[in-house]
Design a protein around this ligand. Sequence first.
Ligand SMILES: C[S@@+](CC[C@H](N)C(=O)[O-])C[C@H]1O[C@@H](n2cnc3c(N)ncnc32)[C@H](O)[C@@H]1O
Length: 228
Amino acid sequence: MNTLKPLVILTLALAASVSSTTAQQPKGGKPPISFTAATLPKDDAEKKILAVLADINANQRRGSMSVPEQDGRILRVLTEAIGAKHVVEIGTSVGYSGIWFCLALRSTGGKVTTFDIDPGRSAKARENFKRAGVDAMVTMVFGDAHDTVKQLKEPIDLLFLDADKEGYLDYLNKLLPLVRPGGLVVAHNMDQRMADPRYVKAITSNPALETLFINMETSGIGVSLKKR
Ligand SMILES: C[S@@+](CC[C@H](N)C(=O)[O-])C[C@H]1O[C@@H](n2cnc3c(N)ncnc32)[C@H](O)[C@@H]1O
């Protein structure tokens, strides 16, 4: 697993540098330099999953608060790069980010445990996991995650926080002990408007964590490595 560490650092550095590149206006009034790359399915199963993701994006985005596609791709890359076997997601909604995790977990042989409090969105998520063919990799836990996360006992490779923003600190306090050394805590909506300053302080003042903020010109993602 040690050999994966440089890969993760490279991935994060690339994400950070691409976002700063796209934000810069080169001299001479030329348009900003930016490169884009679409996700190319490597097999039929991946094609089917990407089609479901595209459908959710097109038809279920309203009221779902799902992450943007670019952020879903970042989640997939991080998960696959660290060889995650167990992802914990707080905030399932209709399953969009969960399916991005599953794209990675197909390759790592892993699984995702995902938590939500809303019955309507949870029912939609269940349907979406099924039609993407990833339901066997997913455990859904219904209820207030501040209570239900207490049932978690297994080590976590990647913890994704994307529910009530003022609850991030409580989730971190409860679940960081389960995150394995070399694992990641990824927090969505780290923009100044939405981020809870108490959470930002916790992840930037703990010497056991190496924290980066990426995609700050859009939704903002905090990525904290739990050092080995
Ligand atoms: C931003 S959405 C999650 C989006 C999802 N991660 C995605 O990108 O597809 C936040 C979700 O957190 C859920 N939520 C809010 N507070 C919660 C709590 N205390 N316990 C569990 N889920 C909660 C909401 O019901 C909502 O579905």
